[in-house]
Structures are given as structure tokens and as C-alpha cells.
Design a protein around this ligand. Structure first.
Ligand code: HEC
Length: 110
């Protein structure tokens, strides 16, 4: 967290603005019932009517310091767990690469 903050500060205001708008867009996509629909299965701060099929999404950055792991989970969680209930958002083209990227920005704020 601290290290990436330093990186952001070094990168300047443009990078900070980009990361923030990515996270805001990602939150919208995550909560959108026709897109990520993550709340059906996950409790997420700021979201209503969450299901509990999956674990509550919190402290994500300490659990997954490498954002590529989160991209992989969203792309196709069946790679880690063939029995998972979680849809393979990337593989099934429910979400584009850019949309997954924005959602990962958002997850890293949780
Ligand atoms: C149909 C239910 C379902 C939906 C919809 C769903 N997930 Fe999941 N998710 C799960 C389950 C169940 C797990 C537990 C791990 C497994 O099954 O492999 C999980 C695991 C995760 C993990 C790992 C959490 C951890 O603590 O290790 C992340 C991150 C995640 N989901 C993010 C998302 C995001 C973001 C969305 C929306 C784009 C989403 N999930 C949509 C069911 C779902």
C-alpha cells in the first residue's frame, strides 16, 4: 500500500487521477447487475443486498499484493478452482480486459 502510494506520487497527479477514475469505473462495473454482478455472491463495502456465496471482498491488497493474481481470478477462476461458482468473466467475455482492469483498481481500494 505505502509503496504503491509512493509510486503514484512519483508518477504525478495524472497517474493518481487515472487510478481514481479506474477505481470509480470499476466500482460501477462491479455493482452493475448486468455486468460484474459481484454483489450477488460477495459482500463489498458500499454495496447493497450482497450474497454470501463467495467470501466478503476486503483487505484485498494485503491478500493479493500482485494485481496479476486478481486479473487472473476475474479472467477465469476455474484455473485455480475447477469447482468454483464464480463465472470466468474474461474467458466468457462477460467483461473486457479494460473492464477487468478497472474492477481490479477498485478491488485494490477495498
Ligand atoms: C456466482 C457467484 C460469484 C460471482 C457472481 C462472483 N464471484 Fe468472486 N468468488 C466466488 C466464490 C465462490 C469465490 C471463492 C473462491 C472460489 O470459489 O474459487 C470467489 C472468489 C473471489 C475472489 C478471491 C477472494 C479471496 O478472498 O481470496 C475475488 C477477488 C473475487 N471473487 C472477485 C469477484 C469480483 C470482482 C466479481 C464481480 C466481477 C465476482 N467475484 C463475482 C463467487 C462469485
Amino acid at each position: 500500500m505505502a509503496a504503491s502510494l509512493v509510486l503514484l506520487l512519483l508518477a504525478g497527479p495524472t497517474a493518481i487521477a487515472r487510478a481514481q477514475s479506474g477505481a470509480a469505473e470499476g466500482q460501477k462495473l462491479a455493482f452493475d447487475r448486468g455486468k460484474g454482478n459481484c454483489l450477488t455472491c460477495h459482500e463489498i463495502r458500499g454495496g447493497d443486498l450482497a450474497g454470501t456465496i463467495g467470501p466478503a471482498l476486503k483487505d484485498i491488497k494485503s491478500k493479493y499484493p500482485d494485481r496479476n493474481e486478481l486479473v487472473a481470478i476475474l479472467n477465469d477462476e476455474t484455473m485455480r478452482n475447477p469447482q468454483t461458482m464464480m463465472p470466468p468473466f474474461g474467458r466468457n467475455r462477460i467483461l473486457t480486459e479494460q473492464e477487468i482492469d478497472a474492477i481490479v483498481d477498485f478491488l485494490e481500494t477495498l
